[in-house]
Every structure is written in C-alpha cells, then in structure tokens.
Design a protein around this ligand. Structure first.
Ligand code: FES
Ligand code: FES
Length: 228
C-alpha cells in the first residue's frame, strides 16, 4: 500500500509526525497546499485555521494522535451537510470531530462500531462516495457534501443484502463487533468484483480484524453470498 491520501484514510499507513512540548501536534505539510504549518507560532493551539482548500485525509491521523484536543481548542463549531443512507443530514460539529462519533452519538447510527479507534481494525468501516474508509480517522470537515453508507443502509426495506443473509446462514458473526465492518467490506468487494477469487476475498477483507470467528466462517459467508 502506498502512502497516499487514500491509504491514510484507511489507516493502513502512517506518516511520521511530531509533537510539540506542550502536547499539541504541529500540522505538518504532507501534501502541497495542504494546511498551515504552525511551527513558527508561539502557541499553535490558539492559531486560527481555515478549511476551505484543505485535504483532511492527511490530517486525520494527526488529529487522532492528539485525541482531537487541538481541534477542540482552536476551531469553532460549524454546520456540515451530507447524506447518510440516502437521507440528507445536517449537524453542528467541530470540524475535526470524528465521523464515527457523529454517526453513533448525534445520528444514533450505532451499527458502526469502534474497536481500536486508530484505523487498524475496520470495525468502524463506512462507505463514503463509493470508497470504503475507517470512520474513526475521518474528520467531519471532510464529509461535507458526501454520500455515506453505513451498515444501516445496506438492507433494502425488509430485504437483507445477500451478504447479511449469508453471514446469518453460515455463522459469519459471533460477538458482532467486527460484523458491520466485515459486511460493508464484503458488499464493497462484491460491488466492484461480483466474481471474486479466493485471493480477492481475502484481500478485500484484509483491513478488517475479527477476534472471535477465526475468519473461516466469515470467508465462507462471503463465498456463499456471491454464489447466490
Ligand atoms: S479502524 Fe476504526 S475503530 Fe478500528
Ligand atoms: S465476531 Fe467478534 S470480533 Fe468478529
């Protein structure tokens, strides 16, 4: 996986970053025109930031490392509008609030789970504009105008998606923490590749960890889903 913005969203790779002595993180210039470098400021926590032209994909891991404290201390609440599962939603949030938290706590979409909180486990997987991402690494400022699909949007009315049905029939879920992320990863895989090979399935699910099943039931569930 290359260290580009997409892989940062997925949390698969990390850029080196540094901390300032007072515990605040200094925004680093990771991509051209990305953001303001606060290295010359006496107290970067009080700097004013604008977000119009920023690419937040690279900032997300830094925001996570400082647990959002920089965002909370230096940015004001703003309104973000986006679609979730086909429905337009507007929320008033700190720009660097995590999408995961907003989904669960403000929109009550608790199907999206938190495992590691640092982009490693895939429990918080959602689909943004057709791209599968870890919502624990996505700041709200990045999703303005986006279309998001969560696990609540996978079924059609009372008809489960074939992947969901297959997980039920073939024991793909145990405790359920990884299940929404696994299902979304499998749905995304089958949309892009309706006839996946065994390798494709393993690769498609590689960003999602499960502590319960040993993976074989999950793998079998996805195989059965595409054979339907
Ligand atoms: S990857 Fe987001 S909670 Fe683990
Ligand atoms: S079913 Fe428990 S973590 Fe996967």
């Amino acid at each position: 996986m290359t260290e580009d913005g997409n892989s940062l969203i997925h949390g698969n790779t990390r850029k080196p970053r540094e901390k300032l002595v007072d515990g605040c993180a200094r925004f680093q210039v990771l991509e051209e025109g990305l953001h303001r470098d606060t290295s010359s400021l006496e107290n970067p926590c009080t700097a004013n930031f604008t977000f119009d032209s920023l690419d937040f994909r690279a900032i997300a891991p830094i925001q996570h490392e400082v647990h959002g404290m920089l965002a909370l201390s230096s940015m004001s609440i703003t309104q973000v509008e986006f679609k979730v599962n086909g429905e337009t939603r507007r929320v008033d949030v700190f720009p660097m609030a995590r999408l995961l938290d907003v989904l669960r706590e403000q929109l009550q979409l608790t199907g999206t789970k938190e495992g590691c909180g640092e982009g490693e486990c895939g429990a918080c997987t959602v689909i943004i504009d057709g791209q599968i991402v870890n919502s624990c690494l996505v700041p709200m400022a990045q999703v303005n105008g986006s279309e998001i699909t969560t696990i609540e949007g996978v079924a059609r009315s009372d008809q489960l998606h074939a992947v969901q049905q297959s997980f039920i029939e073939h024991g793909g879920a145990q405790c359920g923490i990884c299940t929404p992320g696994m299902v979304l990863a499998a749905v995304d895989l089958l949309q892009r590749n309706p006839q996946p090979t065994e390798y494709d399935i393993r690769n498609g699910l590689a960003g999602n960890l499960c502590r319960c099943t040993g993976y074989m039931k999950i793998f079998e569930s996805v195989v059965r889903a595409y054979q339907k």
